[in-house]
Design a protein around this ligand. Structure first.
Ligand code: DC
Length: 223
């Protein structure tokens, strides 16, 4: 890694609980929490604003040079602005859910966002969640976890959130794409969250960090 900052990589399928766990873990450890799904969602959202067909790769790639995507941090959480505007809750819209896997499969989109994701490490230590964090963004970090959950549990979690989404259809697209598909990264510890509470998953994650030699000053922050 380029400096003394550490990257905790948390990957897994949709609705596996990884976002909730990543948020709690980052908060407990005082690290920056980076939600990379929001960045891919921001690109999908921009295609809606600009009337770009997400299946038209050339048009999406052209859009990347005409729209400014800017990533930052507010109160230790990652933010993304599209031409200076914050899409906010609109990133969770059905229309975005329906487009995001298409734009995420485009190598140029991934190259742009992966660079921004790596840049976060200049700001501080991070907990970063996504699909390719341990495999592509930070392949050298020892702190890698893959949070999984059974299909039925994942469907229930999405329904409980009141979100119309088909996590399995998205996971199929995300796992079968050529460019950085969802995989269990080499060296990642798999945690199945189906039968665990959030606290139990976070506890296991902290255990992984301790076992793999995370700095004591970070581990000491766990209350
Ligand atoms: O985590 P999420 O459900 O908000 O992610 C939205 C989509 O973005 C997901 O279907 C796949 C894509 N994604 C990706 O390809 N790579 C990442 N690192 C994060 C998300």
């Amino acid at each position: 890694m380029s400096n003394h900052h550490i990257a905790v990589a948390i990957d897994g399928p949709a609705a596996s609980g990884k976002s909730t766990v990543a948020k709690r873990l980052a908060k407990q450890l005082g690290l920056i929490m980076v939600n990379t799904g929001a960045m891919y969602r921001a690109v999908a959202w921009a295609t809606i604003q600009k009337g770009v067909d997400p299946s038209d790769t050339a048009a999406v790639v052209a859009m990347l040079s005409s729209v400014e995507f800017r990533c930052g941090v507010t109160e230790m959480l990652s933010t993304v602005l599209v031409d200076g505007a914050d899409p906010g809750e609109e990133l969770r819209q059905d229309a975005v859910n329906g487009r995001v896997s298409k734009v995420a499969a485009i190598p140029e989109v991934r190259a742009l966002l992966v660079k921004m994701q790596r840049d976060y490490l200049e700001l501080g230590s991070v907990v970063m969640e996504g699909r390719d964090i341990g495999s592509v963004v930070f392949p050298d970090t020892p702190f890698k976890m893959y949070i999984d959950a059974s299909e039925s549990v994942r469907r229930m979690r999405r329904a409980a959130e009141g979100i119309i989404d088909d996590p399995t259809a998205r996971d199929k697209e995300d796992s079968e794409r050529k460019s950085s598909p969802l995989v269990i990264a080499e060296g990642a510890v798999v945690i199945d969250s189906s039968e665990l509470t959030i606290e139990e998953v976070v506890e296991q994650a902290v255990g992984v960090l301790a076992e793999r030699g995370a700095p004591q000053e970070i581990l000491d922050r766990v209350r």
